[in-house]
Design a protein around this ligand. Structure first.
Ligand code: FAD
Ligand code: EPU
Length: 336
């Protein structure tokens, strides 16, 4: 059923007011096709958990809210299982389902908000794992033809917070399911992200299970990131910038301890949160919005700010970081 003039605030983690001219939820591919058949789809937006979007105005089109549920085993051996998930499943519910069944591979991605269907959009990642590491394929409805297409890993062109669906195929597809390969035994326990080892030590765990890893990740995340139920936000507002070695050397001249990590093609990844923090933005508050006090990469809505205010703040931060460090930050959040 298509509703009109729907308030989107409850459908996003920023909790910012915006009105959708039309709004419909779909729980199956068939229902999706019916809705699309009844509409000329000029202005379309797919919404999962709304945890990576910022509305800067009302939406003069149709918002489609994905609620396709269900898990299905596609293939199984003694050591591995391929699990297909409906795109409207909550990501963290999938993680919990896997841990409860002792399926390994996505425990480091515990507590990331949002839907399974959005996870390939930016190849979600945290604590040393990205979904590309366990990805088999996805199914997506091609909006203009109504056909269901399958994308294998190479088709998706995954990168750091990137995929083909954010670039060449932007706006062309609605992801309806995603299939992951998970381990049933001898899980590849990944503690290479320093904070996990420290957390495990504090928890008194020396030989961690996937459940322990999940618990450690949840504890770290809860201590650093604001809970969207309490403070509106969309996680990291910017991507960590990937730069040439010369850019790092210049920053090191004045800041010896700048955190940096190796990136593909002989590049260096800098920590945007550190740059913003060093520039003095951390914890800054303006009226009803600001930069979070524990994580400078997270812009927050303390109540009733507008999307434009957050966007303007992000512009000021981008300019300041560019002037101070010669690095141009890119937004991670999708601006609508
Ligand atoms: P939405 O916000 O609903 O949509 C995001 C984009 O994907 C939009 O452009 C939308 O149109 C499109 N889209 C959504 N579903 C579909 C679909 N089925 N088919 C086609 N297009 C679709 N991200 C990380 O990678 N790592 C983190 O550690 C992390 N931590 C976070 C912590 C917090 C507190 C918050 C609020 C966010 C965090 N994020 C993180 C960002 C966010 O959780 C992810 O980007 C998540 O995948 C977004 O899912 P969603 O369903 O909410 O997407
Ligand atoms: N830092 C500061 N000040 C800050 C924030 C960070 O100095 O205010 C420093 C930290 O001390 C550390 C470095 O910056 O040396 C990196 O910080 P952290 O480990 O907290 O991770 P991040 O780079 O800020 C990234 C992802 C997160 C993901 C975590 C864990 C991006 C854009 N962000 O954050 O993803 O959860 O690593 O893997 O890649 C998201 O995408 O929304 C998100 C939350």
């Amino acid at each position: 059923m298509i509703s009109e003039n729907v308030e989107l605030k409850p459908y996003t983690t920023f909790g910012i007011s915006a009105i959708a001219k039309k709004f419909a939820a779909f729980s199956s591919v068939q229902e999706l096709r019916t809705i699309l058949g009844e509409n000329d789809h000029k202005e379309l937006l797919i919404l999962g958990g709304g945890s990576n979007v910022l509305f800067t105005s009302d939406f003069d089109g149709l918002v489609l809210h994905n609620t396709i549920k269900g898990f299905q085993v596609m293939h199984e051996t003694e050591t591995e299982i391929w699990l297909k998930s409906g795109a409207g499943e909550v990501w963290h519910d999938l993680v919990m389902h896997c841990i409860a069944n002792d399926f390994g591979g996505i425990e480091n991605l515990s507590l990331i908000p949002g839907s399974v269907g959005a996870s390939p959009m930016q190849n979600i990642g945290a604590y040393g794992v990205e979904i590309k590491d366990v990805f088999i394929e996805l199914e997506a409805l091609h909006i203009s033809s109504g056909e269901l297409h399958t994308f294998k890993k190479d088709d998706c062109q995954f990168g750091y917070r990137e995929s083909i669906f954010k670039r060449e195929k932007k706006g062309e597809y609605i992801i309806t399911s995603v299939t992951f390969a998970l381990t049933k035994k001898q899980h590849a326990i990944n503690t290479k992200y320093g904070a996990i080892e420290e957390q495990l030590k504090q928890m008194g765990v020396s030989s961690p299970s996937i459940q322990d890893i999940s618990n450690a990740v949840i504890a770290i995340r809860s201590s650093k990131l604001p809970d969207p139920k309490k403070i509106g936000n969309a996680g990291s507002f910017f991507k960590n910038p990937v730069v040439d070695k010369e850019v790092l050397s210049k920053i090191q001249n004045s800041h010896e301890n700048v955190p940096h990590y190796p990136a593909p093609n002989n590049k260096i990844k800098l920590a945007a949160g550190w740059l913003i923090d060093q520039a003095g933005w951390k914890g800054k508050t303006f009226d009803d919005f600001g930069v979070h006090k524990n994580q400078a990469l997270v812009l927050v809505n303390y109540g009733n700010c507008s999307g434009k205010e957050i966007l303007n703040l992000s512009e000021r931060i981008i300019e300041d970081i560019s002037n101070k460090f010669g690095v141009r930050l890119e937004r991670e959040v999708n601006i609508i």
